[in-house]
Ligand binder design. Structure first.
Ligand code: HSE
Length: 427
């Protein structure tokens, strides 16, 4: 049996999971792949991480240059993350004739074009299943299993941390900080958790998905991105009362006016298929012209689920190099323009902080009406005459530009005491 020599660089949450799978399942993998995967180096400059895995002396490496320059290594598994050292490692690996497996969504979303061009120049490959959806084989499904489909829309929950936080806030009534701490403790969060809670991680991932699904990638700067830090427990409760849950959705749609792509906290009806995707689970709900609607669901973060995706890429590359399996074409990652947010139509959830007195609702509805925005539901639960209360308004479909114009005027009214909370609704 032929052997494919692999080095893992970065022994954090995912790297240690990859190490364990390769070690514990070596014979199963060889049997299923028809190629033996040999781990020849496990590298991290942090001695604690190396020691935690009890690595044998023959594979423990501190300095990644040793790995890049080792001619017997066929494939480098880059699990450092980010665009600094990781990018240099990947580019050097190509130059030295090595393939790469990575989970690095930030790098691919921001520098995908450059990275794939470099791979092509060196006739090497970079596989990246673990960059989106943790253990869910979404990249492979899109590139291979759904190859005959035109994908028209993707609605996705692709950040486990944010989904975990919103779930704990909604089911266990935790506050934001408690829920974030727990998510970090469970190993779901990025090194910098602001990537998770500000929606940036989801924006990276939807940029990659749109490239693979549509063959077009919107430049990351054009992806409208709103996180969950401003979601109040009150919004979750009000949404619940009117039949919705709040999820951080990453959305990409091909429309006549161009590609719509955005990350935003969104109200979903409780019977929507994505509404029951809870905890660290991720789901990608897409529409193919041949298959119709499809849901891919699974663990989107965590050590072993993400490592499962990394190992699948290692096996695919081993089959290419050792058993003449065909290479997949290089994605182009060529940025195109996205549809402007102001031209997008949506339903809206609006939470006004208003003085409780007669005539307030009519002032608000009149300004919404002037912009052609029609109201579908109004809710005021508290009665505190002369003091501030929340007033919830749901609208029918409206253009973002009209909504913004109306809110700008409404927020100037004397009876409005705080900036209005605006969330979008998907059906
Ligand atoms: N931090 C990510 C998440 C996992 O919470 O989904 C890795 O992409």
């Amino acid at each position: 049996m032929k052997t494919f020599n692999v080095a893992i660089v970065g022994l954090g949450t995912v790297g240690s999971g990859v190490y364990k799978i390769l070690k514990q399942k070596a014979s199963l993998l060889a049997h299923r792949a028809g190629v033996r995967i040999r781990l020849v180096a496990a590298c991290d400059n942090d001695a604690k991480k190396r020691r935690a895995l009890n690595l044998s002396r023959s594979i423990a490496v501190r300095d990644l240059r040793q790995v890049v320059n080792d001619p017997k290594i066929d494939c480098i598994v880059e699990l450092i993350g980010g665009k600094g050292i990781a990018k240099k490692l990947i580019l050097d690996a190509f130059k030295n004739g090595k393939d790469v497996v990575t989970a690095n969504k930030a790098l691919l979303a921001e520098c995908g074009k450059e990275v794939f061009a470099a791979a092509k120049r060196s006739d090497r490959q970079i596989y990246f299943e673990a960059s989106v959806g943790g253990g869910i084989p979404v990249i492979k499904s899109l590139r291979e299993s759904l190859v005959s489909n035109d994908i028209s829309s993707i609605l996705s929950i692709i950040n486990g941390t944010a989904n975990y936080i919103l779930t704990r806030m909604s089911i266990d009534k935790m506050d934001f900080k408690q829920a974030l701490k727990l998510a970090q403790h469970k190993g779901y969060a990025e090194a910098d958790p602001s990537f998770d809670i500000e929606g940036i991680d989801s924006a990276h991932k939807i940029t990659i998905l749109s490239e693979i699904a549509f063959g077009k990638s919107v430049s990351l700067k054009e992806v409208y991105c709103q996180g969950i830090t401003h979601i109040d427990e009150a919004d979750i409760e009000f949404a619940d009362e009117v039949g919705y849950v709040i999820k951080l959705l990453a959305i990409a749609k091909q429309t006549k006016g161009g590609i719509e792509i955005r990350v935003q906290p969104t109200l979903l009806p409780k019977d929507h298929i994505l509404a029951s995707v809870n905890g660290s689970f991720n789901a990608i709900y897409l529409h193919g012209d041949e298959t119709g609607d499809m849901l891919l669901y699974g663990r989107g973060a965590g050590s072993r689920p993400t490592a499962s995706a990394v190992v699948s890429d290692i096996i695919d590359l081993a089959k290419v190099r050792c058993a003449n399996a065909p290479l997949l074409p290089y994605p182009a990652f060529a940025p195109i323009s996205a549809k402007k947010l102001v031209d997008i139509e949506s339903r809206y959830y609006l939470r006004f902080s208003v003085i409780d007195k007669p005539g307030v609702l009519s002032q608000i509805s009149s300004l919404l009406g002037k912009q052609g925005i029609s109201i579908s539901d109004v809710m005021q639960r508290e009665r505190k005459a002369g003091r501030v209360v929340p007033l919830i308004v749901l609208t029918h479909e409206a253009y973002e530009k009209n909504l913004r114009a109306a809110i700008k005027q409404i927020d100037r009214l004397k009876c409005i005491k705080k900036r209005t909370q605006v969330l979008r609704i998907e059906e």
